[in-house]
Design a binder for this molecule. Structure first.
Ligand SMILES: Nc1ncnc2c1ncn2[C@@H]1O[C@H](COP(=O)(O)O)[C@@H](OP(=O)(O)O)[C@H]1O
Ligand SMILES: CCc1ccc(OS(=O)(=O)O)cc1
Length: 296
């Protein structure tokens, strides 16, 4: 096996997705997700951020990390986000996680059925972030265009169809959310949405700090808030993906911190696409109770 990050490893990256149990993955994903699911040991003190890509993961991470430092920005301004909280499923992920002292922070886009099973008997705290899938689709279209090993971004029409079919990195949004929502009600899981962060960021930061067991005083909350605005994060090179290597990201084609708003899908979807999306949404979400999501 080639060493992750080595020249041979970079040369072997391709646009071909690897399919694992019905889910497509980019070639930067670790080779053996089965071994990860069975072998990775989640510790009780771990803090795990889980999401479908483009749900606002980086925003939540910044909040979680600033809560941990009680609003002191030095950590988020000096260590790149994927070292503060490595992606579990990336080839370099487990190594990065195992180098951390407790509490360990890590991030994952894995669907529930591929996540290390030890999570489900642990007391690890897990924040699952959700977002209107229409905005995720738009955000993903613009983001995956910049990622050199992603595909189906030649036009919005093509990407739209692939998203609805689940043929995009990490698979179907509907399956991802439907899977993880089975964990709702468990006391070590917090479900929060991008839209809630937008509606009331102070209340959201307080909710996250309570969940993590790190109650902050009002001045500490103020400091967290100051560093998690869209503008502050867009300017923080440790969080804005500008340090993602050029062999992975074409920075001339876009950036992670694109618009940072809710509802941008209205500027992208045609009437026919809106209707097509709603049809699939209604069908796929039929089993879930009403009122679960702020965008419904
Ligand atoms: N502080 C912040 N405020 C608002 N949106 C933010 C944000 N930080 C990141 N985002 C948005 O979250 C999306 C990226 O999600 P993820 O971190 O899961 O990859 C991008 O959405 P847009 O492409 O709609 O702008 C990005 O702009
Ligand atoms: C493979 C490079 C890559 C792809 C996607 C990334 O972000 S995220 O998984 O969507 O959060 C980061 C790096």
């Amino acid at each position: 096996m080639t060493e992750p990050g080595s020249l041979a490893w970079v040369a072997a990256l391709s646009r071909d997705y690897t399919w694992v149990e019905g889910v497509p993955f980019l070639s930067t994903t670790t080779g053996d997700l089965g071994a990860l699911r069975d072998g990775f040991v989640v510790r009780d003190g771990d803090i795990v951020t889980v999401s479908y890509p483009k749900s606002g993961t980086t925003w939540i991470l910044e909040i979680v990390h600033l809560v941990h430092t009680r609003g002191d920005p030095r950590w988020v301004q000096s260590v790149v986000s994927w070292e503060r909280s490595p992606w579990l499923e990336k080839a370099t992920g487990v190594g990065g996680i195992n180098r951390q002292a407790d509490p360990r922070f890590y991030t994952s886009h894995l669907p529930l059925h591929l996540f290390p099973t030890s999570l489900f008997t642990s007391k690890a705290k897990c924040v699952y972030v959700m977002r209107n899938p229409r905005d995720i689709l738009v955000s993903g279209y613009h983001f995956w265009k910049t990622i050199k090993i992603a595909k189906y971004t030649e036009s919005f029409e093509v990407y739209f169809e692939k998203f609805l079919q689940g043929e995009v990195p990490f698979g179907s949004w509907f399956d991802h959310v439907g899977g993880w929502l089975q964990m709702r009600g468990k006391e070590n899981f917090l479900f929060i949405s991008y839209e809630e962060l937008h509606q009331d960021i102070r209340a959201s930061v307080e909710q996250i700090s309570r969940f993590l067991g790190t109650e902050l005083n009002p001045e500490e909350v103020d400091s967290v808030l100051q560093h998690v605005t869209f503008q502050a994060m867009k300017e923080n090179k440790m969080s804005n993906f500008s340090l993602l290597p050029d062999f992975l990201m074409d920075h001339s084609k876009g950036c992670l911190m694109r618009k940072g708003i809710a509802g941008d899908w209205r500027n992208h979807f045609t009437v026919a696409q809106t209707e097509a999306f709603d049809r699939v949404y209604r069908e796929k979400m039929a089993g879930l109770p009403r009122g679960l999501f702020p965008w419904d």
